[in-house]
Design a protein around this ligand. Structure first.
Ligand code: GTP
Length: 200
């Protein structure tokens, strides 16, 4: 028996209408949170992915909010993913921290045009690591449409330190937004299949 891993090319976002989604039977429910400083673009990433829109001026998230997106994993297997948008501001830090402790998987987001937001991800990771067995799915350099304040070396160093896949994206022009969620789903699904293969 060989362990099968799903390739990202096999996974598709299922944008179905209400009546056809009723005919799909879902095998998995994944829960993922977008984490990072205030203003890095977490709400905008979720809005771009779920509704295909972008707002130049967004209100800061109050507390936490979520959207559900469906995925076709291939081989007649389907998953729903609850994507939680957290608040990065100091004002709601205790609420975000409490939420993080109840969530299994994370997408880390920083703003390519603000170096401090990459440095601060270390602090968010410390909070996440207080959780039992958290899964760091990928880290996102958002706002790739703007001039970057961060060098490739600094990003590579961070990626190697934590062993996380890096994706550069823009909620504004939509670049790599769908890809980041497909990578996320693929990473979760591969971990599940590895556990199933190992019998744990
Ligand atoms: P909090 O809810 O406070 O934690 O912030 P957030 O991380 O959800 O950031 P939000 O999505 O509210 O975006 C903050 C600002 O950045 C808004 O003015 C967005 O329009 C802008 N923004 C978000 N993504 C991009 C992007 O890819 N490019 C550019 N140029 N601006 C962006």
């Amino acid at each position: 028996m060989t362990e099968e891993t799903s390739s990202t090319s096999q996974i598709k976002v299922l944008r179905v209408n209400a009546s056809s989604s009723q005919s799909v039977s879902f095998n998995y429910l994944f829960k993922v949170a977008l984490i990072g400083d205030s203003g890095v673009g977490k709400t905008s990433i979720l809005l771009r992915f779920s509704e295909g829109t972008f707002l130049e001026n967004t209100a800061s998230t109050i507390g936490v909010d979520f959207k559900i997106i469906s995925f076709d994993l291939g081989d007649n297997t389907y998953a729903k993913m609850q994507i939680w948008d957290t608040c990065g501001s100091e004002r709601f830090k205790s609420l975000t921290t409490a939420f993080i402790k109840s969530c299994p998987s994370f997408i880390l987001v920083f703003d390519l045009s603000r170096k401090s937001t990459l440095t601060n991800l270390e602090h968010w990771i410390d909070i996440i690591k207080e959780n039992t067995n958290p899964q760091l799915l990928c880290f996102i350099g958002n706002k790739s449409d703007l001039e970057s304040e961060i060098t490739k070396e600094e990003i590579d160093k961070f990626s190697e330190k934590y062993g996380i896949t890096y994706i550069e994206a823009s909620a504004k022009n939509g670049s790599n937004i769908e890809e980041m969620f497909i990578t996320t789903v693929s990473n979760i699904y591969n971990e599940i299949k590895t556990k199933e293969y190992n019998g744990s």
